[in-house]
Design a protein around this ligand. Sequence first.
Ligand SMILES: CC(C)(COP(=O)(O)OP(=O)(O)OC[C@H]1O[C@@H](n2cnc3c(N)ncnc32)[C@H](O)[C@@H]1OP(=O)(O)O)[C@@H](O)C(=O)NCCC(=O)NCCS
Length: 214
Amino acid sequence: MSAPYRIPARIETERLVIRRYREDDAEALSEVASRNREHLLRYMVWAQYEPQTPAQRRLFIATVNADFDAGTDYTMGMFARPDGAYLGGTGFHVRTAPERLEIGYWLDAAREGEGLVTEAAAALTRVGLEFAGATLVSIAHAPTNTRSGAVPARLGFVRQDAPAEYTCHDSGQPVSPVDWQADAAVLASDPLSSFPRPSLFDADGTPLAWPDRS
Ligand SMILES: CC(C)(COP(=O)(O)OP(=O)(O)OC[C@H]1O[C@@H](n2cnc3c(N)ncnc32)[C@H](O)[C@@H]1OP(=O)(O)O)[C@@H](O)C(=O)NCCC(=O)NCCS
């Protein structure tokens, strides 16, 4: 299928709310992103521009939400349940050759090691393949980013022989990423099959029904 994909505005897992950003997230985003500048700098190019002003942050939120509406990129925030604490960023990039949704993520260093990103990636993989209309979901990372690569490996994604068709960054240098992919067969196998379907909601908060399993 071609983009735009059908991506819910809000996805709830056992410990997480993954949702579109709202303008009033600007303050929490600023606090967490600027506090994590050093943690993020090596692999997230945008971290070099931290800290940003509240006005820049509101512009970022408006821009990613316009992309979301246009179906060109689906940036979302990760928040803790039940207190709503902002934990980091995730969502889908739209990739081609082959057509797929690529999951991205970064996490507040204070919350590493709890399996939160693995839980988010499992939910997003199911959303991508069972709800959004993608036939492939991928995760890519710089070769040295073993902590990032451990997420798709833990979920049973298949490491590809060929690298992704674009470059990512490692300490400011462009590098060829390692690419992992999951399709319906991977989703139906352990460990992904043991993650429950997350709850889905549209922008008004109305629950969205999962398609019947065929
Ligand atoms: C990459 C990144 C998101 C990974 O975060 P993470 O905390 O290691 O990933 P998870 O939240 O899935 O946690 C996994 C860890 O929790 C442990 N864990 C605890 N409970 C768990 C559970 N229920 N399920 C899975 N793992 C669990 C795992 O054993 C693992 O620990 P280990 O690294 O000691 O083996 C984070 O390091 C980060 O933000 N890095 C900087 C930005 C970045 O590189 N982004 C990716 C760019 S491609």
